[in-house]
Design a binder for this molecule. Structure first.
Ligand code: TMP
Length: 221
């Protein structure tokens, strides 16, 4: 059995940054080393939060304003933390979450322009000190993000969710937001250059994660 430090890891980035593929690869790598991992996502992760995900992501882009969105994202997060993340960490597992609270700051504040103090208040009251130990932020250039989004949309017509319908300028504001969040939280956040081949990006991810896990068997790091 490999010895490791239990961690809460969140993975963030603009839509189309390839983070979902990378998170799956990281999950497989950890499992192959005999490490107990809980792979989860936001909004979602537990049944009631998945129901909120459907409410949030389906339908017209103006069906909720940013305040309603922020509260719904934090309602889902509260249950995700309470029902899954905190109990899993207690059991000594690694929690790998595809998005967490930085997405609310990036999308609802930087993207939609909603009040940052309100989001900070929701954060204090729900997440408190239970922030991730490590946050990987996948970054690609605005042009690359645009190309990948177009490719996705033409592959599955009408497949874009409410956020993706917001367009390129919205995604640019979010990318700027994630950069600022990383600068404000240098201990927790690491920016991953998500351009290049899937294998190249996976290597960058592993070099960061393996260090933070403090794996005891150096031959596998
Ligand atoms: P996904 O496409 O990475 O699964 O994320 C779902 C969408 O929800 C994505 O467009 C980002 C958005 N989102 C927010 O706007 N605020 C949040 O707090 C979270 C977690 C996601």
């Amino acid at each position: 059995m490999t010895a490791y430090k239990p961690l809460f890891i969140s993975v963030e980035g603009v839509d189309g940054s390839g983070k979902s593929t990378q998170i799956r690869m990281l999950n497989e790598k950890l499992l192959s080393l005999g490490i107990s991992v809980v792979l989860t996502r936001e909004p979602g992760g537990v049944a009631v939060a998945e129901e909120i995900r459907n409410l949030l992501l389906k339908g017209d882009s103006d069906k909720f304003d940013a305040k309603s969105e922020a509260m719904l994202f934090y309602t889902a997060r509260n249950e995700h933390l309470r029902q899954l993340i905190l109990p899993s960490l207690e059991e000594g597992k690694i929690v790998l979450s595809d998005r967490f609270a930085d997405s609310t700051m990036a999308f609802q504040h930087y993207g939609r322009g909603f009040d940052r103090n309100f989001i900070d208040l929701l954060h204090q009251q729900t997440v408190g000190d239970n922030n991730p130990d490590l946050t990987l932020i996948f970054m690609i250039s605005a042009d690359e993000a645009h190309n990948r989004a177009l490719a996705r949309m033409s592959a599955v017509a009408g497949a874009e969710d409410r956020m993706e319908k917001e367009g390129v300028e919205f995604q640019k504001r979010i990318a700027k937001g994630f950069k600022e969040i990383a600068q404000q939280n240098p201990e927790r956040c690491v920016i991953i250059n998500a351009e290049g081949s899937v294998e190249e990006v996976a290597e960058r991810v592993w070099s960061v994660v393996s260090k933070r896990l403090e794996l005891k068997d150096s031959s596998i790091a």
